[in-house]
Unconditional design. Structure first.
Length: 119
């Protein structure tokens, strides 16, 4: 009987420590990984102002972003993936400008709040 009460006490302690929120609420909060990925894309953009794509390296991206090379590989599989992600981000920004909306980094808590309803 004490084994069951020990198990239930452990569950209560973990709940009191702040168990994870249900998954449906997690999507509304910004994630550190998204911000870090955007920071890396900003670093790549700055590097490409002074170097060519051929001279760009994952090590240069890592040092510009103040991260380890392993961390850069976590977000981008290779240099080509990193440049593709940068082009995709630039394309989204350009489309936003064409629609008359200025680009702002996405804040997941108010995403879609300024989008007019479809008619």
């Amino acid at each position: 009987m004490s084994d069951q009460s020990d198990a239930s006490d452990a569950r209560l302690r973990s709940a009191a420590r702040g168990a994870r929120r249900p998954r449906r609420f997690q999507a509304a909060m910004p994630r550190a990984g998204d911000e870090r990925r955007d920071m890396l894309l900003d670093s790549i953009e700055k590097l490409l102002q002074s170097t060519s794509i051929a001279d760009l390296s994952m090590e240069a991206i890592a040092s510009a972003g103040s991260l380890s090379r392993t961390s850069v590989y976590f977000y981008f599989g290779n240099k080509s993936d990193a440049v593709d992600a940068l082009i995709a981000r630039a394309t989204v920004r350009q489309q936003e400008r064409r629609r008359g909306r200025s680009y702002r980094p996405c804040n997941r808590t108010d995403a879609g709040a300024d989008v007019p309803p479809r008619t």
